[in-house]
Design a protein around this ligand. Structure first.
Ligand code: 2AM
Length: 463
């Protein structure tokens, strides 16, 4: 009997099947188009058995059955689950690993529950390599099903900094895909940070080899990260004597998870300016492309910056500051979701399972452990981050040319606002009350008040 099935054999599904097989599992595989199944069969991987019919594939499984679904997010997932339900029996488990919206997962879980089938929504990060050698896995759902499938997932997951599997039960239904969504929002921001530092370098006319060296050295100590590791690799690629990156069109694609993160943060009233700036920067890149005829020659006065300002320390600390604000904002959304949805996602576990396999793995994660439990530690982190990013803002201000720097500025505004003793929002309250009697609070009196702006309309306490 086969131990589990994998449905959907695009790169991720295929590599996940190989990962399970390499750990001694007998994996039944199926794909809508048989050609992909045939291709995988032709690789003759021990432990992988291909099926032409879904029903045969499911029949071949030990009971209770475990079926991993890794098809295109959206309708394909619904379609696959619909096909699976009549073939499964009570207490079987579907593990849905697509990049699904957590609300879709909730709806699918309800449907499966009606059929006495467990559905575990499981975020997966790590790209193709991660799927093959060890991804970070973010599952959530029914406890009984989870206790059955966690040992399986632990087998194939990446390892954290202490050698434990990068997988945990995130708890309530939907929270696994939620955490994956947040992961992706953070990923958008970290990448935008790297792109902006690269932009500063080319703006300043820093030689290609020096750019590589700056990033290569930045990938050490507290900023050691997968994204900086691949930054050097992407930057180094040369084609016909010039950096290949120069031949790539400057319009960023996206599959929606960054947008979902920002939408969700808005719904939960959480300010995430760094992550939003990263999303907006991608959107602006399409708009700018559409407006290419309007391009003008912007000033590039590279002499205006003193070379001693653009140092390794500057590069590393700017990246560190942006990484920290990106993570903090993602974690803030999770905290708000715990409250709003009555979830119990353990931030320490989230920080742990992101240490290995996933795209946003980095040493910075260790600095954030327990950060929201200690106001002093949080204040110190904000203060250090402010120092890092404000130096970036000052160096950039000393450039006399024009260059968009959305993430640097958003991150700076974020920490500086959180640390400021006063904000100008008192003025907004004054204006709102003047035109709309929306009320305000006073520093020296409890309660809400309104009025006092017009003769004959004294300030009154609001009910
Ligand atoms: P395919 O090879 O038949 O296209 C990523 O696109 C994966 O999702 C592929 O394995 C693809 O199968 C599968 N997929 C896409 N749409 C699907 C659908 N409606 N039903 C089942 N699988 C689908």
């Amino acid at each position: 009997m086969n131990n589990l099935a994998i449905i959907g054999l695009a790169t991720m599904g295929k590599n996940l099947a190989k990962n399970f097989a390499s750990k001694g599992k007998q994996v039944a595989v199926f794909n809508r188009t048989y050609l992909r199944t045939e291709e995988l069969i032709s690789e003759q991987v021990i432990g992988i058995i291909g099926y032409q019919e879904l029903s045969e594939c499911i029949k071949s499984l030990e009971i209770p059955r475990v079926v991993v679904v890794l098809v295109k997010a959206g309708e394909a997932v619904d379609h696959t689950i619909e096909q699976l339900l009549p073939l499964l029996s009570a207490n079987d488990t579907i593990i849905e690993m697509g990049n699904s919206h957590f609300r879709d997962t909730l709806a699918r879980q309800t449907l499966c529950k009606k059929n006495n089938i467990y559905l575990i929504g499981c975020g997966i990060s790590g790209g193709e390599e991660g799927a093959l050698y060890g991804p970070s896995l973010m599952p959530s759902g029914d406890k009984t099903a989870m206790s059955h499938i966690l040992p399986l997932l632990e087998l194939i997951a990446a390892k954290d900094f202490n050698g434990n599997p990068c997988v945990t039960n995130l708890g309530a239904e939907g929270s696994g895909h939620f955490v994956k969504m947040i992961h992706n929002g953070i990923e958008y921001a970290m990448m935008q940070g790297i792109a902006e530092v690269y932009d500063m370098m080319r703006f300043l006319g820093i030689e290609h080899e020096d750019q590589v060296e700056f990033f290569n050295t930045a990938n050490s100590g507290s900023t050691t990260s997968y994204l900086l590791e691949i930054t050097t690799k992407v930057l180094k690629r040369m084609e016909q004597g010039i950096p290949f990156i120069d031949q790539i069109v400057d319009v960023a694609g996206s599959k929606g998870t960054g947008k979902w993160t920002v939408q969700t943060a808005l719904e939960l009233d959480v300010a995430i300016p760094t992550i939003s700036a990263a999303l907006m920067a991608r959107m602006m890149s399409s708009r700018a492309q559409a407006l290419k005829p309007l391009v003008i020659d912007l000033e590039h006065e590279i002499e205006s910056i003193h070379p001693t300002l653009f140092t390794q320390q500057f590069v590393t600390s700017t990246l560190h500051g942006i990484f920290v604000t990106s993570y903090l904002q993602g974690l803030e959304i999770i905290l708000a979701a715990n409250k709003q949805y009555d979830w119990n996602i353990d931030l320490k576990e989230v920080l742990r399972i992101w240490q290995g396999g996933c795209i946003i793995r980095s040493q910075v994660l260790t600095e954030l452990n327990g950060i929201f439990d200690s106001p002093v530690a949080l204040q110190n982190l904000y203060t250090d981050t402010l120092e890092e990013i404000s130096s970036a803002v000052r160096v950039l201000a000393s450039l006399s040319g024009d260059m968009p720097r959305p993430i640097v500025h958003a991150s700076y505004d974020y920490v500086v606002a959180l640390l400021s003793e006063t904000l100008p929002t008192n003025f907004i309250q004054g204006l709102r009350d003047y035109f709309g009697a929306h009320g305000f609070e006073l520093k020296d009196k409890p309660g809400s008040y309104t009025g006092g702006w017009y003769p004959g309309r004294p300030m009154t306490k609001m009910e």
